[in-house]
Design a protein around this ligand. Structure first.
Ligand code: FES
Ligand SMILES: [Fe+2]
Length: 376
């Protein structure tokens, strides 16, 4: 067996194109360079992350007027802020004077002051003051606001669309919204959030989060006793998302308290969905675990993750147990995904068969989404 030459971006696109006309019963995993090629990542940045809706975090991270956090999406520096009148803004964090970062980190401000020459912006990006610039003849401050990006809050999560051309998000998700209605994400409190980097491609993590096949093998003591691989059921997805329900083992204790709207069936499963490209969440009766993924080079992903619940305090022992469980199974996943990233540098592996639809059909849906966005 001889190694094949390194794949080009075109080879990867051709493979995706084959998938788009293939019978799903022949579903296969992708070429390894799909996850390792820096050139392919550049295409993803242009055709996916700059064009589609990408989740940046939870609205409760900016609860009060003046709250903000900074973040980066495909090299674009961003400020996510809560303006006067409660509006959520996503602004460019690049100063309109000579282009320095305006602010860093997170906190609460009455305005954003660039540290370089003290140009000062309102919470919505409007330039308020620019020292000594009144001496410049044609200076027009109204042309020097920080650009505001297209922003939408869906289910209490903040989404941005960098190129401003994506159609509104919520109307694209009626089916998903129906599935999630009785879980009432909008009434859940943010209890915990943090950002970490995993040494794996962003797609390795979203695919892993979305398939129940690995539960019995990667999480034999953490997740399998609760949500066994054998009971996973895929939900028919749509163009913009995919989902499955992980049903609880009949011997596993009930996971209440339940919202009064929840059906008996909903009380016995967790809905896991991927809102393409990179927002994944597991919505159960009492907790929502979510991950906002952003690529950081082909081999790294920024994971801004958190937990929301009807409970309102992090010190509740049940919440502490749940968080510890999440951290434990994250470690199990991380180990597998970081070795996967290393092995994907191979020139011998050319993709293998995927498990049945209930277990890995979500990965197939994701490939079809990728094909529709990349092969323009
Ligand atoms: S670069 Fe921001 S004030 Fe000069
Ligand atoms: Fe996992």
């Amino acid at each position: 067996m001889f190694p094949t030459p390194a794949e080009t971006v075109n080879d990867i696109l051709e493979e995706l194109k084959k998938f788009s006309v293939m019978d799903p019963s022949n579903a296969r995993s992708m070429l390894p360079s799909f996850y390792t090629s820096p050139e392919f990542l550049e295409l993803e940045k242009d055709r996916i992350f700059r064009k589609d809706w990408v989740c940046l975090g939870h609205v409760s991270e900016i609860q009060n007027t003046g709250d903000f956090f900074t973040t980066e999406l495909v090299d674009e520096q961003l400020i996510v802020s809560r303006g006067e009148n409660g509006k959520v803004h996503v602004l460019s964090n690049v100063c309109r004077h000579r282009g320095n970062l305006v602010v860093q980190g997170k906190g609460n401000r009455r305005s954003f002051v660039c540290g370089y020459h003290a140009w000062t912006y309102d919470l919505d990006g409007t330039l308020k003051t620019a020292p000594l610039m009144n001496k410049v003849k044609n200076f027009d401050p109204s042309t020097c606001s920080l650009p505001q990006f297209n922003t939408e809050v869906w289910s209490n999560f903040i989404f941005v669309n960098l190129d401003g051309n994506a159609p509104p998000l919520a109307p694209q998700l009626p089916e998903l919204q129906t599935i999630l209605n009785n879980y009432h994400n909008e009434q859940r409190n943010l209890l915990f959030e943090e950002e970490v980097i995993w040494k794996t491609n962003w797609k390795n993590l979203s695919e892993n989060f979305m398939e129940g096949y690995h539960l019995f093998s990667t999480h034999p003591k953490t997740l399998q006793p609760m949500t066994p691989t054998q009971l996973c059921k895929k939900v028919p997805g749509e163009k913009t998302w995919t989902a499955y329900r992980s049903y609880y083992d009949p011997n596993f204790p009930s996971r209440g308290p339940f919202h009064k709207d929840m059906t008996e069936d909903e009380q016995r499963n967790t809905v896991l969905f991927n809102l393409f490209p990179s927002f994944v969440a597991a919505v159960s009766a009492n907790y929502t675990l979510y991950l906002c993924l952003r690529p950081k080079g082909a081999g790294n992903v920024a994971v801004r993750w958190g937990v929301t619940s009807f409970k309102d305090t992090l010190s509740d022992p049940e919440v502490i147990n749940y968080l510890n469980l999440c951290k434990e199974f994250f470690e199990e996943d991380k180990e597998k995904l970081e070795t996967l990233q290393i092995s994907q540098n191979t020139r011998y592996f050319r993709g293998g068969p995927l498990a049945p639809g209930d277990l890995e059909g979500t990965i197939w849906d994701f490939f079809l989404y990728m094909e529709s966005k990349l092969n323009e």
